[in-house]
Structures are given as C-alpha cells and as structure tokens.
Design a protein around this ligand. Structure first.
Ligand code: COA
Length: 331
C-alpha cells in the first residue's frame, strides 16, 4: 500500500519548494522505503527518475509518486538492474537528457532474504553482494560526474537560498555493527556500501559532492521487514520471564527498541530531506542511523529476533534453516 497522505511520508516541518528545480535519481525507487524518500522530495519540489528491475512495478510507482505535486515530472524505468553497469549508465544519461540533470542520488536497490551460512550457496551470497555493494559502486560510477556538475552549479550555502546540488545517499542497514545471525550476506554487503560512501565523501567532497549513508532499523510495513519478521526478527515479546505482561513504553509497544517503536518510512524520508537540504551543507561521510536506538540492543539477542522457536544458539545447532526453500521472487 503506498503512503499517499503527506503525514504518512513526511513530517510537517519542511518548507514547500526547497527542492524546486532539482532532479533525484533513485535505484530501487519502487520499493517501500525508496518510494517514500522519493515522494517526500517530489512533494517538496524535486523531479524524479526511478529505476528498478520490474517494469510494471516501477512505472506504476512513478505514476503514483507524481500525484503528490501538481506539475511533478516523475519517470519510472524498469528492466534496469544495478548489477548491469551499461543499462544503469544509459538510465542515468536518459535522466539527464529528459529531466535536465542529476542533482541528488539515492542508491537504494537491495536484495535480501533470511538464511544461515549453511543454507547459503556461493551464488546466493554473491547475488546480494552484487546487488548491494557492486550495485552501489555502479550507481556511483554512472552518476558521479553528473553530481559533480550539479555541485559546481549550485554552490551551497548561497545568498539566493536556492537548493543545493551534488548530494548522494546510500541506504544501508545496521546488521554489520554487531553481526546478526542469518544475515551474513546482507551484513557483509552493507559494510561494503558504508565503506564505499566514505571513499566518495573523501574523493568527491573537494568537488562539492556530499555523500552520506542512511541506516534504517526495522521499518514497519516494508517487504524486507515482513520477511525478517516471519523469521522472528523484531517480533515483540510482550511477556516478561515470569509470564507477566510487560507494560508498553510511552511511545508504543516495542520493548526491544529503546524508542519504543519500529521505524516508519516517514522517518527515513525525513532523514533524506535533511541530508539533501541546505541544512546538511557540511555533512559528508556520515552514517545517519534512524532506528530509535535499536542496533544498540541487537547484539544481545537470546533468540533470532524474539521468536522462542528460534532460540539462539539451539536453532542453529539443530540444523534448522540450513536448507531453506527459496520463496517465489516478488520481482
Ligand atoms: N535462501 C537461500 N538462498 C536463496 C534464497 C533464500 N531465501 N533466495 C535466493 N537464494 C539463492 C538462489 O537459490 C540462488 O542460488 P543457487 O542458484 O546457488 O541456488 C541465488 O540466491 C540467486 O538467486 P536468483 O533468484 O537467481 O537471483 P536473483 O538475482 O533473481 O534475485 C535475490 C536476487 C536473491 C536477492 C532475490 O531474493 C530477490 O530478487 N529479492 C527481491 C528484492 C529484495 O530482496 N528486496 C529486499 C528489500 S530489503
């Protein structure tokens, strides 16, 4: 379900039109998180070019996102896999030809599933590395010259208060901060993503490009989190050790997360608006974790997630999960 009402994808603190005249290029733009990020930017004045593997899903997302602002130009191009540099390069060039520039980039395309190392074939591990890490590298290569050009053309801060240009965000994760069982592939891949972004910050900061990472925690209502939750990640154990009901924290019913709640796509969209806005003009090479403090507790798990049937390490020692059936692809 797409989040169309402004309060669902953006908080009411940003000024209208702060991205007017700017173009954002988004990989994985039809996904739950990236479409909300794009929607927020378009709502605040940007045009957008989103790419994805699935043609119908990507085109439909673009049409849907364009509805948030009259006159918005949003293009959705399917059949573009971030693992294929040539098609990605063509998409970036097409974005510039049709929308005029690439001022912001969101590298959001990701692949993930739940599997132990025992259940992971070398090809499966490589698939996730290829989508997340190599895909982010390919996205950087295909867009960085356009971003440099944009940064040079829109020096910020400036007296006119016009929107900045030349900003890059990779959507990462927090798994690799502590290690998380059944996520060896995604953890390794996202560690690579974070590292790549620090190199962009160092090498292209002098050209005015600001490159940062957003690391979402568990985000409610997303395909990725639905899958993790089915395996027990983030499930809420509402009973204490004696079987007594735990009182809900002031902000919600998630005792495993310090802030008391799962994240929302709006949390991530707000972080994106901040990093692309003039307010983040000197923020470069930063990892902005948006998870309510969840990662600080994820290392001390007793279960994989909170699912008692997946108690750590019994679940692993039993051999369960080592030969998981691959679910049908949603792509
Ligand atoms: N457990 C173990 N291995 C799995 C798996 C699972 N749940 N799902 C896929 N694989 C393995 C496949 O079996 C295959 O390896 P093999 O040929 O050695 O058996 C390998 O991964 C590649 O799978 P394939 O379907 O050919 O790759 P793909 O490029 O079409 O798909 C994936 C990429 C694997 C990431 C797939 O899960 C996907 O497309 N996911 C949808 C997008 C997504 O994950 N979004 C996440 C948002 S957080």
């Amino acid at each position: 379900m797409s989040k169309q009402q402004p309060h669902e994808f953006i908080s009411p603190v940003w000024r209208d039109g702060i991205f007017r005249g700017r173009v954002v290029f988004v990989t994985g733009g039809a996904g739950d998180i990236c479409s909300a990020q794009t929607r927020a930017l378009v709502y605040l004045g940007a045009d957008a070019f989103i790419i994805g593997r699935n043609v119908e899903k990507t085109e439909a997302a673009a049409i849907d996102i364009a509805k948030v602002r009259k006159g918005a130009r949003v293009m959705g191009i399917g059949n573009v896999d971030v693992r294929n540099f040539e098609t990605l390069q063509k998409a970036a060039d097409r974005c510039v030809a049709e929308l005029g520039s690439i001022d912001f980039v969101i590298a959001g395309a990701a692949g993930n599933f739940i599997s132990t190392i025992a259940g992971l074939s070398p090809k499966a591990f490589k698939s996730v590395m290829d989508i997340d890490t190599i895909g982010t590298f390919n996205t950087i290569k295909a867009t960085i010259d356009h971003l440099s050009k944009s940064a040079a053309a829109h020096i910020s801060p400036n007296a006119e208060n016009s929107p900045p240009g030349g900003r890059f965000i990779a959507v990462s994760a927090t798994f690799h901060y502590t290690g998380v069982p059944l996520q060896s592939h995604a953890s390794a891949a996202k560690a690579g993503v974070d590292s790549l972004v620090s190199s962009v910050a160092l090498e292209y900061g002098p050209r005015g490009v600001m490159a940062n990472v957003i690391a979402p925690g568990p985000i409610e209502g997303t395909e990725g989190m639905d899958r993790l939750a089915r395996a027990g990640f983030g499930e809420i154990d509402t009973k204490d050790g004696k079987g007594q009901q735990i009182p809900p924290s002031v902000r919600g019913g998630s005792p495993t997360i310090p802030s008391g709640r799962w994240g929302t796509v709006r949390d991530i969209a707000d972080a994106t608006v901040y990093l692309f806005s003039a307010a983040a003009d000197n923020v470069n090479g930063h990892v902005l974790v948006v998870d309510g403090g969840a990662w600080r507790r994820q290392g001390g798990f007793l279960c994989v997630g909170q699912n008692p049937a997946m108690q750590y390490p019994n679940f692993l020692l039993s051999g369960a999960g080592s030969g998981q059936k691959k679910p049908a692809s949603k792509i």
